[in-house]
Ligand binder design. Structure first.
Ligand SMILES: [Zn+2]
Ligand SMILES: [Zn+2]
Ligand SMILES: [Zn+2]
Ligand SMILES: [Zn+2]
Length: 343
């Protein structure tokens, strides 16, 4: 069976449904909601197919190559896709990603069963709510397709960029809300609050507040989405760089890129002496939560911060199998191992 051909079809369909959803948003919100969710499901199925074709069945034990090729079977739900990917691959889905996709699923269910919700005269606020979710959902998908799942979707990079461009255009549906919120934003600025460009909706409407050292939370008062970010000084122009995940970021002023190694070097407050390093002490730890492939947890104000998933830990331990430093509390690592044992 040529699963690569099938994966290509699934991905093409996912991209088609997404484009369709964007195009019909204004005229046919109900179908836009349905097609957007179908697109998410299809991307997940395409990703699962790279693990094994039987995983596309709701019940893999009932898999038969004959009906698979005909597309004649009950396929896996999004919840099960997420669970399967978490169990079998390191590129797990975060809680935030799952919550967002599930919210989109709830709107899809309404769109399928409650016709009237999408056909009333006062649709403005529902439209705003849905476009905020779709912008966030797309941001998550975009990061999955181009970063975490990059080896699986590199052939589709150009098509993903095209969709990204179309999704950016969708932000226009939040313009009215931005206009209404302008005085609130100005007031926040005069009160000394830093207001950032929101990563989800693109408006200058994300109010930053410090959580721990370089870790900030941005609450957007236009799309009402919240993101966490880590700030670091740009090595070229000394401006501020914001990193949203994987310890990577791009300078908004001079486009300089920084990576995880740079972030670790500049943010880690664990002042390890050379003799400590030689003895295997100090340095960053692996993250027990996101299980990122590199050591990405650093010390900040006597706590431990993951530069990938932004979780704060109170402590770290030594893996019982490979002696790597790992964040959190030891969960029987002698038997279970740690991310350091796998990479
Ligand atoms: Zn926003
Ligand atoms: Zn710069
Ligand atoms: Zn993490
Ligand atoms: Zn280990």
């Amino acid at each position: 069976m040529n699963t690569q051909e099938i994966k290509k079809d699934l991905t093409e369909n996912a991209l088609k449904f997404l484009t369709q959803s964007i195009n019909e948003f204004d005229e046919n919100l109900q179908f836009s909601v349905i097609h957007f969710f179908s697109s998410i499901e299809l991307f997940f199925k395409a990703r699962l197919l790279d693990e094994h074709w039987t995983l596309l069945y709701e019940k893999p034990e009932e898999a038969q190559s004959g009906n698979f090729l005909m597309g004649d079977f009950k396929s896996v739900t999004l919840s099960s896709s997420i669970k399967r990917l978490r169990n079998i691959s390191q590129a797990g889905i975060t809680q935030a990603e799952e919550q967002c996709f599930q919210k989109i699923r709830l709107h899809r269910n309404k769109a399928l069963h409650f016709f009237h919700t999408f056909h009333r005269p006062d649709l403005a606020s529902l439209k705003e709510e849905i476009i905020s979710l779709q912008c966030q959902g797309w941001q998550f998908l975009y990061d999955l397709l181009l970063k975490k799942w990059d080896p699986h979707f590199s052939d589709f990079r150009e098509r993903v960029y095209e969709c990204h461009h179309l999704m950016l255009g969708q932000r226009k549906y939040l313009t009215k809300k931005f206009e209404l919120k302008k005085s609130e934003i100005e007031f926040a600025k005069t009160s000394g609050i830093e207001v950032n460009v929101c990563r989800i909706c693109g408006f200058q409407s994300s109010l930053l507040r410090e959580i721990l050292g370089p870790l900030f939370q941005g609450d957007c008062i236009v799309c009402e989405k919240c993101v966490t970010l880590i700030t670091v000084t740009c090595p070229r122009c000394s401006g501020k760089i914001y990193s949203y995940e994987m310890g990577e970021g791009v300078c908004g002023s001079c486009s300089e890129k920084v990576d995880l190694a740079y972030m670790k070097e500049h943010l880690d407050e664990d002042c390890t002496s050379l003799s400590d390093l030689a003895a295997g002490e100090g340095g960053a730890a692996y993250c027990s939560l996101c299980e990122f492939r590199e050591e990405c947890v650093i010390e900040i104000q006597e706590e431990y911060l993951c530069l990938n998933c932004h979780t704060i830990f109170k402590d770290f331990y030594r893996c019982g199998s490979c002696y790597s430093r790992v964040s959190g509390e030891d969960d029987f690592s002698v038997m279970n191992g740690c991310p350091g044992c796998f990479y």
